[in-house]
Ligand binder design. Structure first.
Ligand code: SF4
Ligand code: SF4
Length: 362
């Protein structure tokens, strides 16, 4: 019975991850059609999917600073900020749960980690001291971005960057990065993939600044894994299943910034009520299905509210996009660089300025 329940829990997470991957692929295909039409000098037949801005974390950070200092959600990449805020909200409930339940990179990382189990007899584990050292690198990367954007960059520069053609076309340039991937970039991605097989979750644990941010927010999360010493036999199965190598048996409450609320520890535990996720200081136990429903609900409500308030789709028209891109070269140029005609750029700037004067930028 316990075994069946555990399998159901694992399946629930996989289903949510698969659903998120399908949505991501759908967004990717629609955005590709949108950008390709523009590249050919035509007005796209499909709408630009705002969800693509989930892949613009720097834009989101800039948008966050602008929002905090002015109270205005920028209209160039509003959904980048909306998605960023929703993800931060998930961390207040389920720590780095976004990483293990929603993020497509987290899913790929999980799959590569499984390869590790198939290739090697025993799961290779990095020595704890080295793991700690590597883990800190993602916080340094996050610190660099926060320091640059929040401390070094004046508000006027933030505003200038948000409205710049570079930022306006950031999503199209990002697409170009993958559709015209350079040998160097491909090599780096392959190396990261191999490292993620050898050292499970290499990217997520050591390099992802988004994960670092969620880990820090998660320190004050309402949700936590809690172990009940009275029911725990100390078998250690939870620790062996933990992708973050957390010493679960040494604690009753897991408050590590590395915990991704994956509930792998809960799924493998053979004892009833020995370990579980709960909210509000252990008062509200949450099963995998509860985490799934809450995460999906947070995204639906957040995106619905942003749509309702007009902060989901940006206010750049297709004509403005067309003016920013040189049809002859396409959106991604031969090396993935968007090509911008300076005269069109100037016209575009004037148009944007007029548009913003009509809307809300001070
Ligand atoms: S798997 Fe369960 S019983 Fe075993 S050590 Fe972990 S919490 Fe205790
Ligand atoms: S296995 Fe448990 S302790 Fe480890 S990351 Fe997942 S939820 Fe956190």
């Amino acid at each position: 019975m316990k075994h069946l329940k555990n399998n159901r829990g694992r399946l629930t997470r996989r289903l949510v991850q698969a659903g998120a991957l399908v949505i991501t692929l759908f967004i990717g295909i629609q955005f590709y059609r949108f950008a390709s039409a523009l590249a050919g000098g035509a007005i796209p037949a499909v709408e630009r999917p705002p969800g693509v801005e989930a892949f613009l974390p720097i834009s989101a950070l800039l948008g966050l600073k602008y929002f905090l200092f002015t109270g205005i959600i920028n209209q160039v990449h509003p959904s980048a900020l909306v998605i960023f805020l929703i993800i931060c909200l998930t961390a207040l409930l389920f720590k780095r749960g976004f990483c293990s339940w929603i993020c497509p990179v987290g899913l790929v990382s999980d799959l590569l980690a499984r390869l590790n189990g198939l290739i090697f007899n025993h799961r290779l584990r990095v020595p704890k001291w080295l793991d700690r050292g590597f883990s800190s690198s993602k916080y340094l990367i996050l610190g660099f971005f926060v320091w640059t954007i929040f401390l070094k960059m004046p508000l006027a520069s933030v505003k200038g960057f948000i409205e710049s053609p570079y930022n306006i076309l950031a999503d199209i340039k990002m697409l170009g990065f993958f559709t015209h991937i350079s040998p160097l970039a491909l090599g780096v991605i392959l190396i990261l993939a191999v490292l993620s097989v050898v050292i499970p979750h290499f990217w997520c644990r050591y390099l992802c600044p988004y994960g670092a941010l969620l880990g820090i927010i998660g320190l004050v999360s309402l949700g936590r894994i809690r172990r009940n010493p009275a029911a725990c036999t100390g078998c250690g199965k939870c620790e062996r299943a933990c992708p973050s190598m957390i010493a679960i048996r040494e604690k009753e409450s897991i408050n590590s910034p590395e915990c991704s609320a994956c509930m792998g520890c809960v799924s493998v535990c053979p004892e009833d009520k020995a370990i579980g996720l709960s909210l509000f200081f252990g008062k509200l136990p949450v099963k995998q299905a509860g985490v799934a429903v809450t995460l999906v609900a947070l995204f639906c409500i957040g995106i619905g509210a942003a749509r309702f308030q007009g902060h989901w789709q940006n206010r750049i028209t297709n004509q403005e996009y067309l003016q920013l891109m040189t049809p002859r070269m396409g959106p991604a140029g031969p090396r993935g660089d968007a090509v911008i005609d300076p005269k069109k750029l100037e016209r575009m700037r004037r148009m944007m300025k007029k548009r913003r004067a009509d809307v809300d930028v001070p």
